[in-house]
Design a protein. Structure first.
Length: 344
């Protein structure tokens, strides 16, 4: 199962099946205490473990093997050049020797991994290799917290790459976008937005924006005298708090979000050596779940866009549906990308 640990929630998603026929076996989402995660780091492992236990109970899953992800300033990614004739074992040894020239931490303070991306198109004797490092303390704290909840972490990924993994599902849902097209996927979370650009079905660019939906949620909670985000979500889901009641706040948020999207794409186009337009913008993330947001963004966006759903077309268990997996699927990009790791 994929376990997405954000600053505000834990999302548990369990998938099985094969490409084109994935199924949602279980799903649950639980709010985290405000002191559990700060600046992408777990600061209260006991609170995280307790929330994870509640999520497992709500999901009703017996699975205890999980894929998690890390993010933030403790994660470093670099593309380096390595001789193409090195084996994986030789490459691992060489990276261990050379790591300190790429990573501003002592080698015994980080976990390292690498993946060969492609042969250098200008030099057939060189491979382009993705090197990723993360402070070991950040990883071990997450693993330890989930261990307290009885969960065994089998895979540690990076949130950016989990998002890229799930973005392939969005492309597969619209085959016309996979042939020579550029698609910009914006995952709008609580405190930040991640951009992943896919060209011809392949990831080519990523960026993080310091913008999210937390301020909108806080404003709505205060304005409508609600207890917390769970009560806000429940009232929006049932229609007790309808689109008309939040329309002005949604319009203001949509205008600011559209501005962030346009500036990010202008930066991408100016920084990219590729000469192609972005044919489609896909919006996902928890902030896209508000009623009326799509129509409000349409008024401020000049580019074609759609709201994405990584679980579109998947069968889901009755328990997952009772936990509202259909309504909340747009917010499950990272959890989906993690869950796919073990079945692809």
């Amino acid at each position: 199962m994929g376990v997405d640990i954000s600053s505000t929630r834990i999302k548990v998603l369990e998938l099985d099946g094969k490409p084109g026929a994935y199924r949602v076996l279980s799903y649950a989402s639980e709010a985290l205490p405000s002191d559990a995660v700060a600046d992408d780091q777990v600061v209260n492992p006991e609170a995280l473990a307790a929330t994870m236990t509640r999520a497992l109970e709500r999901a009703g899953t017996r699975t205890r093997d999980a894929a998690i992800a890390v993010s933030g300033p403790t994660v470093i990614s670099k593309v380096i050049d390595m001789p193409a004739d090195l084996s994986d074992e030789d490459m691992e040894q060489q990276i261990g020797f050379d790591a300190e020239q790429y990573i501003p931490h002592a080698i015994d303070e980080v976990n390292l991994d690498f993946q060969v991306l492609e042969r250098d198109p200008t030099n057939p004797d060189v491979n382009r290799v993705l090197l990723v490092a993360c402070r070991r303390e950040n990883i071990e704290t997450r693993i330890g917290a989930l261990d307290m909840a009885g969960v065994k972490v089998k895979i540690v990924d990076v949130e950016e790459y989990a998002l890229q993994n799930a973005s392939t599902l969005l492309i597969e849902q619209t085959p016309a976008l996979a042939n020579g097209s550029s698609v910009a996927v914006f995952d709008v979370g609580a405190h930040q937005t991640r951009l992943s650009v896919q060209h011809n079905g392949r990831h080519v660019y990523s960026r993080e924006l310091s913008f999210g939906g937390h301020s909108l949620a806080t404003r709505l909670i205060d304005r409508h005298d609600l207890r917390d985000t769970d009560q806000l979500r429940a009232q929006l889901r049932t229609g007790e708090l309808d689109g008309a009641a939040i329309a002005s706040d949604i319009s203001d948020f949509a205008e600011r979000l559209a501005g962030q999207i346009e500036r990010a794409l202008q930066f991408y186009i100016s920084a990219s050596s590729r000469d192609e337009a972005v044919e489609q913008v896909v919006l996902v993330g928890g902030a896209t779940l508000y009623p009326g947001l799509e129509a409000a963004i349409t008024r401020h966006m000049s580019r074609p866009f759609t709201l994405g759903n990584p679980l579109a077309g998947m069968l889901a268990s009755s328990r997952a549906r009772r936990n509202h997996v259909d309504q909340e699927a747009s917010a499950l990009m990272v959890a989906t990308g993690l869950a796919l790791r073990s079945i692809r």
